[in-house]
Design a protein around this ligand. Sequence first.
Ligand code: IMP
Ligand code: MG
Length: 192
Amino acid sequence: MTRHYAGEEIVDHIIISERAIDERVAEIGGSITREHEGHALRLITVLRGGLFFLCDLCRQIDLPLTLDFMAISSFAGGSGGAVRITKDLDDPIEGQRVIVVEDIIDTGLTLNYILSVLRQRRPASLEVCTLLDKDVRRIVDLPIAYRGFSVPDRFLVGYGLDLDARLRNLPYIATVHEDAALPAGPLVVPDA
Ligand code: IMP
Ligand code: MG
């Protein structure tokens, strides 16, 4: 039976299926497990898009690990990727092997800022794991230790990626129709 998701009508093409995501996440989890054998990990995600990838990925890693979260707000139109931390990590990362888990890296400006903040806290190591890499859009060069898929310069939704805060719950990654726009705010259903 095919599941239906509210708002799915605006999907144009599914570019990465649920199954392809599952397989790739398992491979990446296997690589992380092998490369960090004998060590504990701290996985850090920037809310909210990376949550979905984090949940699936951490269950494919066979090492002792802990999770922590940051939230940021970016200044649209601001220069140099200026972002403000609206929620900082709960725990120190000094001496820890840290992996920052991201849904997608686009220009790289957001992550570049986050990495510079985290680096000052002296982790034992600081790596990046991103599910998607929109590499043609990159402005700042970033070291990416683990990468799921390289994706084209199209607006994508699903598996954590949102359009106006919605459609994160689609189990696949898809492009949307050119003129796609969701109705602003919650749908109002008139009383019957
Ligand atoms: P960057 O600073 O340009 O690398 O921006 C990365 C952030 O932009 C991601 O964490 C996403 O929140 C958002 N983003 C980039 N591309 C897309 C997309 O195609 N769909 C939804 N969000 C996106
Ligand atoms: Mg986003």
